[in-house]
Design a protein around this ligand. Structure first.
Ligand code: ADP
Length: 430
């Protein structure tokens, strides 16, 4: 018999006793009234005891009682006990998490809904100059770099932002925000001073070497041309050697030119103007077509007369690279389609060829410097492996994206998507 059945049985038994005794003595009604009153007072007394116990947290051992009330006390006591155990476990985990993040070499700051500091670790105090008393303060009031503030406001945390340390400008920090939970964000700052220094050294080295190679290459090329002019054709070995030497110096010159262009893209300040893209494309296509042996290989379709805000030289070299790749990596009699059009949210340049195509595994890598796909071809195709790296850089500097769709043996389509924010009037002064 469970507690409820027992409780009901007792009440029924009391009712039967009262009915029998009341019936025999003729006091049934007063006795029934006394019984109901007794039961009511008993329950009120139990409720008040329970309320007293629960009001102090129900943590202490519950008072001695019987029947259904003992069951109620027991269940509530058990729930409280498991909750206490869970809290203790959770507290331990939080404590461990705090200790481990405290020991992290990277700065970590928990930010609330209004960018206020909720918690920070030791590294955050060291590299970001935060103090324990800064808790509750809004972080943009403490780290005032404009690029950091606009990054925090943007809500787009896919990429990190680079800022100097607020306490030592010789330290470079890479700051990233990770959103989690309900409106909470974790700000992480990593010291990338060494990394940036090495990157700068690499850029300087490439720039210096490329620059220094330019003069000897020009001299070599000049002498080679003179020697070729002097060649009377009596020695076939000499003639082919001159040809090969000329091809190799030209290749090296392209390489040096591409490296210098990449360096310029990485280091030079932008000086944008409103560019007439249809005119630029017509020029590029005309120039490339005249170099082709087949008649009119390039089919240019201008579906938009949109002009964009950008750097003419950079765009020219990116578009030329895409077009020359399409021509290089497709049969000499095939058509290459170039299209300039608008969509709802972008202006698009598309270069499509019916060439050898690119393997799916190569597509993510072809914009890396010096990456060239290994393809068995009947003819030799010259290249530096830097063309698409230049395209990627130029597009990045114009907030544009490169999409590549390709199928081996069928052809490739490269599309550059410029955001509408780059749109400009034909005459900027209007
Ligand atoms: P490269 O100087 O070798 O052309 P790029 O950076 O321009 O260097 O291109 C990298 C590689 O991507 C090329 O070697 C080629 O294998 C592949 N590629 C680029 N464009 C095309 C295309 N339109 N069709 C097929 N393969 C291409």
């Amino acid at each position: 018999m469970n507690a409820w059945q027992k409780e009901i049985s007792i009440v029924l038994l009391l009712l039967i006793i009262v009915s029998i005794v009341g019936g025999l003595t003729g006091f049934f009604q007063p006795m029934l009234f006394i019984l109901v009153l007794f039961l009511l007072i008993y329950q009120v007394y139990q409720i008040s005891r329970f309320e007293k116990w629960i009001s102090v947290g129900g943590r202490r051992r519950y008072p001695e009682t019987r029947g259904i009330w003992e069951e109620i006390y027991y269940h509530v006591y058990r729930i409280k006990k498991t909750e206490k155990k869970r809290k203790k476990k959770l507290g331990k985990i939080i404590d461990q998490f705090r200790k481990s993040t405290e020991a992290l070499p990277d700065a970590a700051v928990v930010l609330g809904n209004n960018d206020e500091i909720e918690w920070e670790n030791k590294a955050a105090r060291e590299v970001l100059g935060l103090k324990q008393s800064d808790k509750g303060q809004r972080i943009p009031n403490l780290i005032r770099f404009p690029e950091f503030i606009s990054y925090l406001r943007s809500g787009n945390y896919n990429e990190a932002v680079i800022i100097p340390s607020p306490i030592d400008d010789r330290i470079t920090l890479e700051v990233r925000v990770v959103a989690y939970g309900a409106g909470l964000r974790l700000l992480l700052a990593q010291d990338v001073t060494q990394l940036k220094k090495m990157e700068r050294m690499r850029k300087d080295f490439v720039a210096n070497v490329s620059h220094e190679l330019r003069t000897p290459l020009t001299v070599l090329k000049g002498y080679l041309e003179t020697l070729q002019d002097m060649d009377d054709g009596n020695s076939p070995l000499l003639t082919t050697s001159f040809k090969e030497m000329q091809a190799q110096t030209e290749r090296m010159q392209h390489l040096v030119d591409d490296l210098l262009l990449l360096t310029r893209l990485e280091t030079q300040q932008k000086k944008p103007q409103c560019i007439n893209v249809p005119e630029l494309l017509s020029q590029i296509c005309r120039e490339s077509d005249t170099l082709e042996t087949a008649d009119r290989r390039i089919k240019l379709t201008l579906q938009s007369d949109a002009h964009i805000f950008g750097e003419e030289q950079e765009l020219r070299s990116a578009f030329t690279n895409l077009l020359s790749n399409a021509l290089k990596y497709s049969p000499q009699d095939s058509v290459v389609k170039v299209r300039w059009y608008e969509t709802n949210d972008s202006m698009v340049l598309e270069v499509e060829d019916q060439g050898e195509g690119i393997a799916a595994a190569d597509i993510p890598r072809i914009t890396e410097r010096f990456y060239r796909c290994e393809v068995k071809r009947n003819r030799k195709v010259n290249g530096t492996g830097l063309g698409l790296a230049i395209v990627k850089h130029v597009l990045m500097r114009h907030d544009a994206k490169l999409n590549i769709a390709s199928e081996l043996g069928k052809g490739s389509r490269f599309s550059c998507h410029f955001p509408v924010t780059r749109l400009c009037a034909a005459n900027p002064s209007i």
